[in-house]
Design a protein around this ligand. Structure first.
Ligand code: PHE
Length: 344
């Protein structure tokens, strides 16, 4: 029996030695040391041994078991560390490889244009005001000298939410909201950028949602020439020194007199081309002297105060500055378009 034990030991030791994988090793462990293995089988014969032989065989069996367990554990540790090493090798990161570029976003061109225009006006002492996009009929129309059923309401097709609530069609309601805050005391000198909504059919130059920048100046002795001076400065700062402006009579219910502001066409330098429809001039905004009714509804005394207001389309400014031919580009979020404005 002692010989048989030694034989089993050597046999198992050889198999441990030649095991290549952890699962080979597990098989050897089960085969030789498991409950159904030859060792267990052999031990069943212990009963038949003499009392002298029994302790010797018992001791030998323990030695074999211990030796094999030791070999198995050692080999297992070796195979495990080899496997880990192989895995580390395989997953090795080459820190000298060039990095993959991470696409970086930029500001939306409309945001950039608004910020540039804001900067110019802040430089002239204006502050930035805000107002809600969901407006009441009172602020969007009535307080701007547009009582209910006034025909000029049709100039701006409106998205009504209820008979009194609507999506503002213009940033002009912020005029009244700002004047109310000043409680009849000037000066007021604000611009207000924001989204406006109109029931327009979308095409290359119309969108049901677009942006405007409203401007309002109210103080003692404000005149039309102040409006003209502010714009001459603004247009030269924004579009360039060589641009001229002109005011053309127009009509808005909340300004009297009202004017449309044109700038000289950059493409033809004022000679007349397709972009300016042969006139040499491009219309960029509506403006005028604040109507006495509007001053009064905003809490200002028109006998003491006067003011001017203007409203410009942000998309139109962006299109003119960057030569963009379709307003829908601003809203379709094509990154090929947007990425061209990362640096502006
Ligand atoms: N609110 C006018 C529009 O949307 C523009 C405007 C503003 C005209 C202020 C005059 C004064 O067309």
């Amino acid at each position: 029996m002692l010989d048989r034990l030694q034989e089993l030991h050597d046999e198992a030791a050889a198999q441990i030695e030649s095991a290549v994988t952890l699962s080979d090793l597990r098989d050897v462990r089960v085969k030789y040391l498991g409950k159904k293995g030859p060792m267990t089988e052999l031990m069943k014969g212990m009963g038949k041994l003499s009392s002298e032989e029994r302790p010797k065989v018992g001791q030998k069996a323990n030695e074999v078991r211990e030796s094999l367990t030791g070999k198995l554990d050692a080999k297992e540790a070796k195979l495990e560390s080899e496997a880990l090493e192989a895995k580390l090798q395989e997953e090795k990161v080459d820190v000298t490889l060039p990095g993959r570029p991470v696409p970086k976003g930029g500001r939306h061109p409309l945001t950039s244009v608004v910020e540039t225009i804001e900067d110019v006006f802040i430089g002239m002492g204006f502050t930035i005001a805000e107002g809600p996009e969901v407006e009441t009929d009172y602020y969007n129309f009535e307080s701007l000298n547009l009582p209910k059923h006034h025909p000029a309401r049709d100039m701006q097709d409106t998205f009504f939410i209820s008979s009194d609530l609507l999506l503002r069609t213009q940033t002009s309601p912020v005029q009244t909201r700002t004047m109310e805050k000043h409680q009849g005391v000037g000066p007021v000198k604000i611009i207000c950028p924001g989204k406006v909504y109109r029931r327009d059919e979308d095409d290359a130059t119309h969108s049901h949602q677009f942006m405007q920048i409203e401007g309002l100046v109210v103080d003692r002795g404000i005149r039309m020439s102040d409006l003209k001076g502010i714009f001459a400065t603004f247009v030269k700062e924004y579009f360039g020194e060589d641009r001229e402006i002109r005011l053309r009579p127009s009509f808005f219910p909340f300004t009297e007199p009202s004017a449309e502001l044109d700038i000289s066409c950059a493409l033809c330098g004022g000679k007349g081309c397709r972009t300016c429809k042969g006139t040499g001039w491009i219309e960029v905004l509506g403006a005028g002297m604040v109507h006495p009714n509007v001053l009064r509804m905003g809490g200002f005394d028109p006998d003491v105060y006067s003011g001017f207001a203007f409203g410009m389309g942000v998309e139109r400014f962006a299109m003119l500055k960057y030569g963009i031919d379709d307003i829908r580009h601003f809203y379709t979020n094509d990154t090929r378009f947007l990425s061209q404005f990362k640096h502006v």
